[in-house]
Design a protein around this ligand. Sequence first.
Ligand SMILES: CC(C)(COP(=O)(O)OP(=O)(O)OC[C@H]1O[C@@H](n2cnc3c(N)ncnc32)[C@H](O)[C@@H]1OP(=O)(O)O)[C@@H](O)C(=O)NCCC(=O)NCCS
Length: 172
Amino acid sequence: MKSERPKSRLKCCFERSANVSITVEDASVKDLDKLHEIEQKCFGTEAFTRRQIASLLMGYNTVSLVAKENDDIIGFIIGTIEFEGSIPVGHILTIDVLPSRRKKGVGVSLLEGLEGIFKTRKAVQARLEVREGNAEALSLYGKTGYKKVGRLKGYYGHTDGLLLMKRLGKLQ
Ligand SMILES: CC(C)(COP(=O)(O)OP(=O)(O)OC[C@H]1O[C@@H](n2cnc3c(N)ncnc32)[C@H](O)[C@@H]1OP(=O)(O)O)[C@@H](O)C(=O)NCCC(=O)NCCS
């Protein structure tokens, strides 16, 4: 029997003002072009390719969320559940907010949405790699409870990466 990818069924909403409503909900393959466009605006030559994003959106253990403002996608996050032995661990692969929509809480909402789904999948921690010197991202992760646990020499070519981790739950 063909197995189906479990859906996160997330849809949450937060208000920035009386007129603007931002929702965070599951991404779909139909969003591919927009996600690729945002990824390019956020990461330029280092962006995931369209094909890579498509493969992530369809991955069995992948969780993808979009943030929408009045039905327009303004940001997204993609993570995956990996296993260390039998222990599930959430791995955040990318988080992107359109430059014109930053500093309004969208990044935090996407991160919290993904962490909530990691927890429902029994992940005990969330982790991610970030470029040393990415001040906006480091500030976002610091504010939301991520701690530096390692340095990844040359992870981004000439620049080191930092490995960050946040505990989400207790080992059963
Ligand atoms: C990192 C990123 C996702 C943050 O998105 P955002 O929607 O602006 O984040 P939020 O508005 O939720 O901000 C949350 C916190 O992040 C930090 N932050 C965000 N932008 C910042 C900036 N320009 N300077 C300093 N801190 C910043 C702040 O601590 C902020 O909290 P505050 O608003 O209370 O000060 C966004 O800047 C982005 O898409 N960057 C390009 C892609 C990228 O680098 N992704 C991370 C890869 S590891």
